[in-house]
Design a protein around this ligand. Structure first.
Ligand SMILES: [Mg+2]
Length: 272
């Protein structure tokens, strides 16, 4: 889940000022955490509180209200700030940017996300993003994370692992992952939907050589930069791990309550 936070922080300054290059300072002084970080922490908190439907709703509303200016989408913001506990059929990319903790709570003993992981990923989406495309975006992201956790630990041929991930995601979710970053980049614009963020984020991972390179790939596409990089970062973390200096730097942008979620999560839940 820290991979998602790195992507969010790095991308925060490019969401409204897209750059179409990989050549930029990874962390700028004016970077900050946004909704992607807050909701990823909320999902982790929900799992630590029991992982039931009400836990997800309660944690999202709690952290959403703690950070009311984290730049939520308009409909999600309304859901957060009112007493409404019903989903609103969203297919926004928020379901995919916040799902990563769900793919880290079980040991990776096969390449397939266990049923408990699937249940958590689906629930983390469905409490608001219950449109089929919203759920699909979360499930595809969780699957990619889990496959990377399993295969990068056991196979030293990254190209072969990425081929399997690509094949699985295309077959299972029907995303088209055939375009390269160079083909996507020229016409890619801001887009808040799952179906036009998750495939691009996965390609940014597939073309990467290491964690930092994956984040740079995602930013270079433009679009909804922080969310795109959060999704890519969450997958890249599972494949490559995160260099220590990047972990430390990302932490430095967080405040105490968010750091506390991360610490409790690392100590009590996450299975490496
Ligand atoms: Mg954001």
């Amino acid at each position: 889940m820290l991979g998602a936070i790195v992507g969010d922080v790095v991308g925060s300054v490019y969401e409204w000022n897209n750059i179409k290059t990989k050549d930029f300072p990874l962390f700028r002084d004016d970077c900050f955490f946004t909704d992607d970080t807050v909701m990823t922490c909320a999902v982790a908190e929900a799992i630590m509180n029991g992982g039931q439907k009400d836990d997800f709703i309660d944690a999202m509303k709690k952290y959403g209200r703690m950070y009311p200016n984290a730049d939520y989408g308009a409909r999600f913001n309304r859901w957060l700030m009112t007493d409404n506990r019903e989903p609103y059929n969203s297919f926004g990319n928020g379901s995919a940017m916040r799902v990563s903790p769900c793919a880290w709570v079980m040991e990776a003993t096969t390449g397939e996300l266990p049923s408990e992981g699937k249940r958590l990923a689906q629930l983390s989406s469905e409490v608001t993003h219950n449109h089929p495309e919203g759920v699909k975006g979360a499930m595809a992201t969780a699957d990619a994370i889990f496959m990377c956790r399993y295969f990068f630990d056991r196979n030293d041929n990254p190209a072969e692992i990425k081929r399997r991930v690509k094949e699985h995601i295309e077959k299972e979710y029907g995303y088209d992952l055939s375009k390269t970053l160079d083909e996507i980049r020229p016409t890619y614009r801001f887009n808040e939907t799952c179906q036009d963020t998750v495939p691009q984020a996965i390609v940014a991972f597939l073309e990467s050589t290491d964690f930092e390179d994956a984040i740079r790939n995602a930013i270079s596409l433009g679009g909804d930069s922080d969310t795109l990089a959060a999704i890519t970062g969450s997958i890249a973390e599972a494949a490559y791990g995160i260099p220590e200096w990047i972990q430390d730097k990302a932490y430095s942008y967080l405040d105490e309550p968010l750091k506390d979620v991360l610490r409790r999560w690392e100590e009590t839940v996450v299975i490496k």
